[in-house]
Ligand binder design. Structure first.
Ligand SMILES: NC(=O)c1ccc[n+]([C@@H]2O[C@H](COP(=O)([O-])OP(=O)(O)OC[C@H]3O[C@@H](n4cnc5c(N)ncnc54)[C@H](OP(=O)(O)O)[C@@H]3O)[C@@H](O)[C@H]2O)c1
Length: 237
């Protein structure tokens, strides 16, 4: 496994849910974390008592092209390197083929796909330099199969799977490895209104965070392209 010491990882949407759990998990393992959130004050609350030499907080709205660029630049200026990006920030939408505003469709794609793409565009040159760069894209089982009608969300997650595969392929020779996480329901604000299942029966954000950390720590010679994470039995397709 790669030693976390001195490695710098960016996490988007780090203020709550899975992003907050990933940020804490990586910090606890010894990584330097660069945390992006729309409201930086909310991440500040998460990082109270953390070593300031191992944390950077940055305002990041996935819709804003310049924020992705600035966040990467700030991270590299401050720590001199970039070893990993966890593309976690995303939004759900109940937009279906037949119902919903097209502006909502555009927004889901902007946040869930264009956001990660822009972070990679700015970040990949730095990830390549380390020879062991890592990208973890928080996709979903909604990027693997179609259940329900939420087509905008599903399309965004299928596209994120493509972005993950392309990142892996483009960066492979420079030691860059990209992994998609494909959970079913995870106990966060996003899942709660979508199902009758209780939060305790779902995958916990901290459990998913350990898998993200594993993907980052695995050596170049043992990279996993995707993890499907299930908290209940679902047919494999
Ligand atoms: N929960 C599940 O069941 C589940 C299952 C499969 C995959 N996922 C995926 O897991 C990831 C994290 O979701 P979660 O469950 O932790 O959901 P969550 O609790 O709703 O958190 C979503 C995170 O994304 C951020 N975000 C939303 N829009 C943003 C934007 N325009 N710019 C920057 N950040 C933005 C939110 O920031 P604000 O606080 O500012 O809104 C928040 O930090 C997402 O990619 C989601 O699709 C979740």
């Amino acid at each position: 496994m790669i030693d976390p010491k001195g490695r710098v990882v960016m996490v988007s949407g780090a203020n709550r849910g899975i992003g907050a759990a990933v940020a804490k998990c990586l910090y606890d393992k010894g990584y330097i974390v660069s945390l992006g959130a729309r409201d930086v004050l909310k991440v500040e609350a998460l990082t109270v008592g953390w070593d300031p030499d191992r944390v950077l907080l940055s305002a990041y709205d996935a819709r804003d092209v310049s924020m992705a660029k600035n966040w990467v630049a700030q991270t590299v200026d401050r720590f001199g390197r970039l070893d990993g990006i966890v593309n976690n920030a995303a939004r759900y939408s109940d937009f279906t083929i037949e119902y919903g505003d097209l502006s909502d469709f555009d927004d889901v794609l902007a946040v869930n796909i264009k956001g990660p793409l822009l972070l990679l565009r700015s970040g990949m040159p730095h990830l390549r330099k380390t020879g062991q760069g890592r990208v973890v894209n928080v996709a979903s089982m909604s990027g693997k199969r179609v259940v329900g009608k939420h087509v905008a969300y599903a399309m965004s997650k299928f596209a994120l799977m493509a972005l993950t595969a392309q990142t892996r392929s483009d960066g492979w020779d420079d030691g860059l490895r990209a992994t998609a996480l494909c959970p079913g329901f995870v106990a966060t604000d996003m899942a709660e209104p979508l199902t009758d299942r209780s939060l305790e029966t779902m995958t916990q954000p901290e459990e998913l965070a350990e898998i993200a950390a594993l993907a980052i720590a695995l050596p170049n010679t043992a990279s996993v392209p995707e993890f499907r994470i299930q908290s209940f039995d679902e047919p494999m397709i």
